[in-house]
Design a protein around this ligand. Structure first.
Ligand code: 3PG
Length: 228
């Protein structure tokens, strides 16, 4: 039987402040570190041994990945980092407080921005200091003509090619794989793997720091899914 384990990073500084985060590269909080250590321990206790780990290019996921591998005594495991597993880019919402934004634009609008499948967030302007990030990571979006902000549909369209090209072949090659990513990149993967319809995916929430195991058959269809 084949296995892939998804873990959303531990609580980040902006999760704690309830701010839209997206591609802003914030660190883990103390609680986030604790969640990562607990995830590592759960994986160790479950006897899960990985052959390969994948994570994003954002430090909250990378650190969670390293803590898990260290605490389960598997720090040797080869690791691949990719922007394709990043959190969805939250456009001009990045850095805004979710509650204050709901007070300004209404709870319903904010819920649409957060959970609608194909509504884009308000787009960030590249020169907007709040969109952070004048850095090379934005070049990935620009080069691919992806707008400065993603909905789940666009997120899925950039996550799934990576699944198809890198993760799925590794699993088919008998490798047990760890994927440490983000709420919305994991939702995109779950939607694809479980064939969850567009109007149902908005109900799926991914908690921080909880290892989610998918058992798969030879054709990579989901047999069973459970949290450790
Ligand atoms: O980027 C963020 O703000 C969070 O990590 C995910 O946020 P969401 O639950 O509002 O999509």
């Amino acid at each position: 039987m084949k296995r892939v384990v998804f873990v959303r990073h531990g609580q980040s500084e902006w999760n704690a402040l309830n701010q839209f985060t997206g591609w802003v590269d914030v660190d883990l909080t103390k609680l986030g570190l604790k969640e990562a250590h607990e995830a590592g321990l759960k994986i160790k206790r479950a006897g899960l041994e990985f052959d390969l780990a994948f994570t994003s290019v954002l430090k909250r996921a990378i650190k969670t990945c390293h803590i898990i591998l260290e605490d389960s005594d598997q720090l040797w495991v080869p690791e691949i980092k990719t922007w394709r597993l990043n959190e969805r880019h939250y456009g001009a919402l990045q850095g805004l407080n979710k509650e204050a934004t709901a007070e300004k634009f209404g709870i319903q609008q904010v819920q649409i921005w957060r959970r609608s499948y194909d509504t884009l967030p308000p787009l960030a302007k590249p020169e907007d200091p709040n969109s952070a990030l004048n850095d090379r990571r934005y070049a990935h979006l620009q080069k691919r003509s992806i707008p400065m902000g993603e909905n789940l549909k666009i997120t899925l369209a950039r996550v799934i090619p990576f699944w198809e090209d890198e993760i799925a072949p590794a699993i088919l090659d008998q490798k047990t794989v760890l994927v440490v990513a983000h709420g919305n990149s994991i939702r995109a993967l779950a939607k694809y793997m479980e064939n969850i319809p567009e109007d149902k995916i908005m109900e799926l929430e991914i908690p921080t720091g909880q290892p989610l195991v998918y058992e798969l058959n030879e054709g990579l269809e989901v047999i069973r899914k459970y949290y450790l």
